[in-house]
Design a protein around this ligand. Structure first.
Ligand code: AMP
Length: 418
């Protein structure tokens, strides 16, 4: 029997690895512009580290971790907690008051595999420890945006604030009261989580739940003064840096440790797996894991598989575009065909990709050929048009037609949009 790789675990082969290397080296280059230093961390950690930081009632800890129960260790499902573990263990806080760190490596979650979702996946992870200055929030998001822009990946940045231990419990109660009135219509997960973490109902993917929470109160209207001011400065800093973003009151992120600013980089090109990266602030986590008091932090993780998939899609589209014809010239009848023969050559001299039929086929058949070749335009030259020194140019994208002089310059300019 053939032994194959486990479901959700993938080999990365030559031919694909080049894109991985490009993403990783671009990340290293961009992160160094922002003064981040790289570190590498182990795959295995004590289970307790993740249970305590991510939260017992989260999807990751409840059902997705690869844990060796008898050994009390877990294969890391994410890296923020272990980054902090290392930061505390090696006293990195004493070396520099503000640490900017990043790491790249595999993570493990027992999720249902699908496009862009694996059980072993890789993350680029960047964290800033030791400051709650809202400028850092903006810088970190700007760094993520700069990386994606540099890779040529277009995403939208969505942002929310989750408040702090002062204002979130008040909001939680308000939201719970709202949910209780609709509890019968919520899915089982949301019902179950209503006692442990009702905020999760806000980002539930179930269509009925989405409908039910559409008018839910927004945490952004319920922030305490400190959180509201912080968020306001983050927003104005992003404006200053010209980093576009939108607010998403439904984004809560699935991990307990987040507070204040949270954000995700979203793409429309990966089906259900729309998040390319995400992160946020976690001001109480260092202290919770036994580190120095009042050591705030913020960071994000991006999924390498998803970045590579997007780059592969782009390459395919580019290749397809390169194969497509700019124009197919359809001459009808022997005289028109004769004229088209020269015309096509002149258009090709201008650099256009041009198709022509020399077999005297019908208009229908030539249109079929044009369509098959992905021609963006078709020039139809019939006997009547020819008598006027014109042809009919059809834009195959919007089906618009216009009469056009049979002049290679005029046609070339129109087709190439120069
Ligand atoms: P999270 O820690 O869940 O916010 O994930 C951060 C990023 O890691 C996501 O935006 C994805 O790009 C990536 N990611 C998370 N889980 C997976 C997975 N199972 N497979 C592939 N990529 C993932």
């Amino acid at each position: 029997m053939k032994i194959t790789a486990l479901n959700g675990f993938k080999d990365i082969l030559p031919g694909d690895i080049e894109l991985w290397q490009r993403v990783e080296s671009t990340a290293r280059e961009i992160f160094s512009r922002f003064q981040f230093s790289e570190l590498r961390l182990p795959i295995l950690e004590k289970t307790e580290l993740f249970a305590r930081s991510i939260g017992e009632a989260t999807d990751i800890v409840e059902k997705e971790m690869y844990t060796f129960v008898d050994k009390g260790v877990t294969m890391r499902p994410e890296t923020t907690a272990q980054m902090i573990r290392a930061y505390i263990e090696h006293g990195l806080y004493a070396q520099r008051p503000i640490q900017r760190l990043f790491t790249i490596g595999p993570m493990f979650r027992h999720e249902r595999p699908q496009l862009g979702r694996l059980r072993q996946f890789h993350q680029l992870d960047a964290e800033v420890l030791g400051t709650d200055n809202p400028r850092i929030d903006a810088e970190v998001m700007a760094m993520g945006s700069m990386l994606l822009e540099r890779l040529g990946i277009s995403v939208s940045l969505e942002m929310n604030s989750l408040g702090c231990p002062e204002c979130r419990p008040v909001f939680r109660q308000r939201l719970l009261a709202f949910l209780e009135e609709r509890m019968d219509h919520l899915c089982d997960d949301c019902k179950r989580r209503s006692t442990t973490n009702p905020l999760r109902a806000l980002d539930c993917k179930n269509p009925t739940c989405r409908e039910q929470v559409a008018d839910a109160p927004s945490i952004l209207d319920n922030l305490c003064e400190g959180c509201a001011d912080h968020f306001q400065v983050v927003r104005s800093c992003l404006d200053k840096l010209k980093v576009p973003y939108s607010l998403n009151k439904f984004m809560v992120r699935g991990l307990d440790y987040y507070c204040r600013t949270t954000f995700e980089f979203i793409t429309g090109d990966l089906g259900a797996q729309s998040a390319v990266g995400g992160g946020g602030r976690y001001d109480g986590l260092v202290e919770k894991l036994g580190g120095p008091k009042k050591t705030p932090g913020i960071g994000f993780a991006m999924g390498l598989e998803r970045l590579v998939l997007l780059l592969q899609q782009q390459e395919k589209e580019q290749e397809k575009r390169q194969e497509e014809l700019d124009i197919f010239v359809a001459g009808l009848g022997p005289v028109a065909s004769e004229v088209c023969f020269d015309l096509v050559h002149e258009l090709r001299k201008q650099g256009l990709r041009v198709g022509i039929d020399h077999e005297g086929k019908s208009l229908k058949s030539q249109m079929k050929q044009a369509d098959k070749a992905g021609a963006t335009h078709v020039l139809i030259v019939g006997e009547d048009e020819l008598a006027r020194g014109e042809g009919v140019l059809r834009n195959m994208t919007n089906q618009e037609q216009q009469d056009i002089a049979l002049d290679p310059q005029v046609i070339g300019t129109k087709v190439s949009g120069r």
